[in-house]
Design a protein around this ligand. Structure first.
Ligand code: 13P
Length: 330
């Protein structure tokens, strides 16, 4: 367990964060097509190769989360992705859930699936270089939502996943995401996040998960994306750190925030405010869209676009990591 604790600590050690590049093939295809790029297995592979070979990425990022497809692919020089990442000084993560599916008896809500056969899959991923894994629960705010049964079902699945990860020597990233899309107020986001976290940490306690060997990946406490500008960065930071402080045990190795569709510069400003506040855990980022959107656009699916895409990613990761330098937390 000591080794797992060390690996978890290293993932969240300032000033580095985690790059989330684990969109499922279906989601990735939509993002590629949104930029006018013809989607294919090789386009998805080439895009991820462009991202992970960005010069000096490991100065700002400790690890990269891949989806299973990319984990099994190779760079154009023939190296499997996990092997190349290790050589680049980056820990390999893999998203192991199989997606959010409609939850019986809970219209409009989902439960994340993927537990069947997970032990064998984790064993295989670990043998091929996975250092950490991710499982994302999706929590939606709406009239009467979320329901307690959806929160409990998702929390239970997260705990079973996290236990299996630790059993197989993999650091679990536990991600209960309260979706930011919509018009909800910041108070609603805070109340739902608090409720979701209570359920998650109750289930993790029942399972007796080793908290110093896990990383939490939560949303920030913000108003819905349709009214994001109603809160200042200082308000977001104060509410986020206070809300998590009420529920998240100090033993957790670290907290790495998702960006949740916030514009890149806003996500970075929010992180700066959060990182400047005293907290019992290291606080860092595990952004997806806020780091890669510009890079995807500038790359454009073209070999000649690789250096422009990498310049865009490099700029974003440096700016995001910069706000973690010299701040107060461990
Ligand atoms: P975003 O930062 O784009 O929300 O993605 C992070 C992530 O991994 C969501 O599961």
């Amino acid at each position: 367990m000591d080794e797992l604790r060390r690996a978890a600590k290293e993932l969240v050690a300032r000033p580095r964060g985690i790059l989330a590049a684990d969109e499922s093939p279906g989601t990735m295809d939509k993002r590629l097509e949104g930029q006018g790029i013809t989607a294919s297995e090789d386009a998805r592979r080439a895009y991820r190769e462009m991202l992970v070979t960005t010069p000096d990425l490991s100065d700002s990022v400790s690890g990269v989360i891949l989806c299973e497809e990319t984990f099994n692919q190779r760079l154009s020089d023939g190296r499997p992705f996990p092997e190349a990442l290790a050589e680049l000084g980056l820990a390999t993560g893999v998203k192991v859930d199989t997606g959010a599916k409609p939850l019986a008896g809970a219209p409009g809500e989902t439960v994340t699936e993927g537990l069947d056969g997970l032990r064998d899959r984790l064993q295989d991923f670990a043998s091929r270089g996975a250092v950490f894994a991710k499982w994302r629960a999706v929590i939606t705010i709406g009239p009467g939502l979320p329901t307690h049964r959806a929160l409990r079902a998702n929390a239970h699945a997260l705990a079973r996943y996290a236990m299996l990860c630790q059993e197989q020597g993999i650091v679990p990233i536990v991600e209960p995401e309260v979706v930011a899309a919509g018009e909800q107020t910041m108070d609603q986001c805070e109340a739902v996040t608090n409720f979701a976290m209570l359920e998650v940490f109750a289930e993790l306690a029942y399972a007796e998960l080793d908290l110093p060997s896990m990383v939490l990946k939560p949303n920030m406490i913000t108003p819905g994306l349709d009214r994001l500008d109603e809160a200042t960065a200082a308000e977001v930071a104060e509410s986020t750190v206070a809300a998590l402080g009420r529920v998240v045990p100090p033993e957790v190795a670290g907290i790495a925030f998702l960006s949740g569709g916030q514009p890149a510069d806003v996500a970075t400003q929010h992180l700066a405010g959060i990182a400047a506040r005293p907290a019992p855990w290291p606080l860092t980022f595990s952004f997806g869209r806020a780091l890669v959107d510009q890079a995807l656009h500038d790359w454009g699916g073209r070999v000649e676009g690789i250096s422009a895409g990498q310049a865009a990613l490099g700029e974003r990761v440096r700016a995001t990591s910069a706000v973690l330098r010299g701040s107060v937390n461990a």
